[in-house]
Design a protein around this ligand. Structure first.
Ligand code: ZN
Length: 383
């Protein structure tokens, strides 16, 4: 089956690529060429006045039943899950493998935290509603650097695609929580690296970010949110992040949602942190740190799919990103930093995960809300 989207403005994952014809065959993009150059196809899609983008990638979510279908409706074709219990993860993974009407998934599986550390208080609050008590018992903790390799081994056996560390001493929550020691964080990072896994750290204060950097992580799952917007310490820390080659997932929509709702069952920071989060983001952008768009989507807020549209709007309105930078932060950049070589860009030979919208999101990202069509692994979604 051959599909041609003709006369469409293309954003290729990195930049605007002009008006093209894009041809799909089965699950792949097979040609991107001048209008009319590709010949006819079984299915013709009018791209005039519209923009074709790589399917979006949300670099920070938490997947629950229904999340992957909701994400795909908004053109998010891949979700990077930052914590999921083993049995639900197996279910979601099977769904994503067998069906094309849900987003694809990569996941950390169980995260590494200290006994009683963040987010065990959230897990306790959600057990019996969103979380099955029988599945919650599978949570594993690490207190001894000697056990780091075993912990990573167990995650690999469960199918984790990367390792998530939580380095959060509770100061931003106004409490005092047990936290992974620097020795354990370092040992886990080394063990994960040795096993070929990337390591992403949850750290929401500048001090916890320093611990994460010292451990040698690849990425941060949030911006920090404890320094005033123009604190020079943010600029210095952003330079350290850059010098270590670490990427950062934005999650502005998450901080915004916490401010809007107050601290709820699914939040890990108190309200009022949004300006600090924006300040950290601007410092990181100024330093040239790779920024990946992520939402921390849950069944609460931000929502799967539409939350990523909101994230990109905030990145451009408050974070200072140009629309093309924001779009790259949700396509080519997360694919690159998570090793997803088959997606995140529009080019021959890559997976046909595509989003067609009315208008031009490279001028104004709110155009992403005007979804016309979504293809997942070449399968056009019913609308
Ligand atoms: Zn999260």
């Amino acid at each position: 089956m051959r599909t041609r989207i003709h006369g469409v403005r293309v954003f290729d994952g990195e930049r605007g690529a002009g008006v093209q014809d894009v041809v799909l065959e089965d699950d792949l993009v097979v040609a991107v060429c001048a209008p009319g150059a590709a010949g006819a196809a079984d299915v013709e899609v009018d791209g005039r006045g519209r923009t074709l983008l790589p399917g979006l990638i949300d670099a920070h979510t938490h997947v629950f039943d229904g999340s992957l279908a909701e994400a795909l409706r908004h053109g998010v074709t891949t979700e990077l899950d930052m914590f999921c219990l083993p049995r639900p993860l197996a279910r979601h993974r099977q769904l994503a493998a067998e069906r094309d009407d849900v987003a694809d998934l990569r996941s950390a599986g169980l995260l590494a935290t200290a006994p009683g550390g963040h987010p065990t208080q959230l897990i306790a609050a959600l057990t019996g509603t969103l979380l099955d008590p029988a599945e919650v018992t599978e949570i594993d903790f690490v207190t001894d650097p000697e056990r780091a390799a075993d912990f990573v081994e167990a995650r690999l056996a469960e199918g984790s695609d990367f390792l998530k560390l939580v380095i959060d001493d509770g100061t931003v929550h106004g409490t005092d929580l047990p936290v992974l020691s620097p020795a354990v964080a370092g040992a886990l990072t080394s063990a994960a690296r040795a096993a070929g896994l990337r390591v992403i750290a949850h750290a929401v204060t500048a001090a916890d970010v320093v611990t994460a950097l010292d451990a040698g992580v690849d990425g941060l799952a949030h911006v920090w949110a404890d320094l005033a917007p123009h604190d020079p310490a943010s600029v210095r820390l952003a330079r350290c992040v850059r010098d270590q080659g670490v990427f950062v997932v934005s999650t502005l929509a998450y901080f915004e949602a916490v401010d809007a709702q107050g601290s709820g069952a699914a939040s890990c920071v108190p309200p009022g942190r949004y300006p600090a989060a924006v300040g950290a983001l601007r410092a990181l952008r100024g330093a040239g740190v790779p920024l990946l768009a992520g939402t921390d989507a849950t069944p609460f807020a931000p929502a799967h799919g539409s939350g990523l549209h909101r994230e990109l709007a905030l990145l451009t309105q408050h974070g200072g990103l140009r629309p093309e930078e924001a779009l790259a932060a949700a396509t080519a950049l997360p694919a690159h930093h998570f090793g997803l070589a088959d997606r995140g860009r529009i080019a021959p030979g890559l997976r046909a995960d595509l989003l067609l919208v009315e208008g031009d999101p490279t001028e104004e990202v709110s155009a992403l809300g005007a979804v016309v069509d979504v293809w997942r692994r070449g399968r056009r979604q019913a609308r």
